[in-house]
Ligand binder design. Sequence first.
Ligand code: SF4
Length: 314
Amino acid sequence: MKNKELKILLSAPRGFCAGVERAIEIVEKSIQKYGTPVYVRHEIVHNKFVVDDLKNKGAIFVEELKEIEDKSRPVIFSAHGVPKKVPDEAINYKMTYVDATCPLVSKVHREAENLHKAGFHTILIGHQNHPEVIGTMGQLPTGTIELIQNEDEAKKFKNKKDKKIAFVTQTTLSVDDTKEIIKILKNKFPNIREPLKEDICYATTNRQMAVKEIANKCDMFFVIGSRNSSNSVRLVEVAKKSGCPKAQLIHSQSEIPYEEIESSNIIGISSGASAPEILVENFINDLKNRFTVSIDEVEIIKEKVVFKIPKKLN
Ligand code: SF4
């Protein structure tokens, strides 16, 4: 098989975004500052490799604060953000907490809050049960923010509250699908208030644009990322819609379809914002062991975004 030639188009930017880098650094710095264990509420970012690595360093992952046995230990909130009641709960338990919510998610939280204060009924465009959606909805009193997940729901939406309406969005949605949903809402409610600056974050947008650039040149497309990683799943959808129907998520090495790859000449590779580059490198090394590989990295934009960690960890 080694004489089978395989070209890889490597999508860039890919992998870690500034929010994920910051969240991981927050856990590591918390361990340095407070010792072990530190608790983390929910997977700090949606990637098993990252979570396992932090577990080895002394982090314990829980879904709710009530599960924490030793409440004298600090707890970190994940990059996806938390409903307002969670920091309140930590205060009630007299726990030290560090908030690793991505600043771009916090921006959406503040937007939703300000809209509520200004008397708007708010629509959140996003996916039900995703922790970011739970966190954003949890910034406002129940019933004052409503979720719309797709075009169909946008068409059916009725402004029952008889209030001015506005929308915000999850940060990791498909740019194109969201545009369609917004178009429907704007047609129905020409005065709907929209965010001043788009809520879908720079990292989601750039990774999708980069995949779009190369997908139609590829026989197969692989996105390294976890199944519960919204932005990774969106990248697979984007690759499919942009001309590569054989696009799939690689969640673990056992999922790599070597036989199908053997009948391909060009494959595309990207990775979600929570997937470390080592997983891309491992995948490429596996391919190099089987095929004669050439790599062409296609970079559409350089990212320079960096977020500071909370002062209390400096
Ligand atoms: S994907 Fe975007 S919103 Fe989510 S952590 Fe990264 S930069 Fe922040």
